[in-house]
Design a protein around this ligand. Structure first.
Ligand SMILES: Nc1ncnc2c1ncn2[C@@H]1O[C@H](COP(=O)(O)OP(=O)(O)OP(=O)(O)O)[C@@H](O)[C@H]1O
Length: 273
């Protein structure tokens, strides 16, 4: 199917029938290094997907491409029924295409390993900046929403604190509230507990668990926390050399992996704990 035919076919389906995210034959290279190799991945609305795999297998690249932080070398990424990356490939984008890309991109929120909060802004200011400047929300509305979200992540009493006055776990919870303030449909989590001291991991996972249970968000999570992936995800994808080597419900993938690479990886992870 050509790209144009695919776009028309997909547009003809109603939005509700379509996956929230679809990678269709997506390729990504850095020079000679093939990082994503003809990747096909569909994520249903409200689905929670965990991505696991060895270092360098392309896990973070998947999230970065969805965030349009990386250009695509081949294929199409669809979000909420709309193609986004056929335009990212085409060098200089026309303003209409940029506007379209920004709109599709605004449906996605991301939380990074290293929090990435603005150090000169309080927790509250971090959460209202983008809603005011990007969503054109009034300051009053943005503050009300941010206060609600900081309360949800257990930081109502810390909204006037600067990042340096917060623990890593608290900073990461502010980062989650900040991403949610943009009202995304899809949330991406990139090894969000990897930079935390072990005793702070639980509080961040608790917030993610709560989000999953109480909100109809589609969630895509790169994680090294196998226990959490097993308990939280609807589906686990094991990446190996830029491809999904195996995927399935957590009980199957962790309990009875079929692929030799998955078995080796899980054995190594278990031996390291
Ligand atoms: N900007 C870049 N330039 C060149 N190579 C890159 C760049 N970004 C990533 N890579 C390479 O692409 C490959 C995949 O990187 P990616 O970060 O997606 O892996 P990963 O599976 O998330 O690994 P990890 O678990 O270590 O974070 C790696 O070999 C990495 O070195």
């Amino acid at each position: 199917m050509t790209e144009v035919t695919a776009i028309k076919t997909s547009a003809a389906q109603s939005a509700a029938e379509q996956p929230m995210v679809r990678f269709e034959n997506v390729c990504k290279r850095y020079g000679n290094l093939v990082v994503l190799d003809d990747l096909n991945l569909e994520i249903a609305r409200g689905e929670k997907v965990a991505i696991i795999g060895p270092s360098g297998s392309g896990k973070t690249t998947v999230l970065r491409m969805l965030m349009t932080l990386e250009r695509i070398d081949g294929g199409v990424i669809w979000v909420d029924g709309e193609p986004m990356t056929h335009m990212m490939r085409s060098g200089q984008m026309v303003p209409a295409a940029q506007k379209h890309l920004r709109r599709v991109r605004s449906k996605i929120g991301m939380v990074f390993q290293h929090f990435n909060l603005f150090p000169h802004m309080t927790a509250l200011q971090n959460c209202i900046e983008a809603p005011i400047t990007v969503l054109k929300m009034s300051r009053k509305e943005a503050e009300a929403r941010a206060t609600e979200l900081l309360d949800m992540v257990g930081l109502a009493d810390k909204k006037g604190h600067y990042p340096a006055q917060l623990s890593g776990g608290q900073q990461q919870r502010v980062a989650i509230a900040r991403a949610l303030a943009m009202r995304p449909k899809v949330m991406l989590f990139d090894e969000v507990t990897s930079a935390l001291d072990p005793e702070l991991v639980g509080e961040v996972l608790h917030v993610i668990r709560q989000l999953g249970a109480e909100h109809d968000l589609t969630m895509l999570m790169v994680t090294h926390q196998m226990g959490f992936a097993k308990e939280f995800a609807d589906r686990v994808c094991f990446f190996y050399q830029g491809k999904i080597a195996e995927q399935g419900v957590p009980q199957e993938l962790f309990g009875a992996p079929k692929n030799e690479r998955t078995k080796q990886f899980l054995r190594a992870v278990l031996e390291s704990v």
